[in-house]
Design a protein. Structure first.
Length: 50
């Protein structure tokens, strides 16, 4: 794949791909049940057990 063809692909489909990944991450974080998992993950540094 030459630089020009890669650049054309990135200009046309790369942005759409990155946007789809972004929307997927947002939907994953806003799914039901994600709040409890996020709270648990946020408390990991403060756990005293080792």
């Amino acid at each position: 794949m030459s630089y020009e063809s890669f650049r054309h692909f990135a200009d046309s489909w790369g942005l759409l791909y990155m946007f789809a990944i972004f929307i997927g991450v947002v939907l994953f974080l806003l799914r039901p049940g994600a709040r409890e998992q996020a709270k648990n993950a946020a408390q990991i540094p403060f756990n005293e057990e080792r």
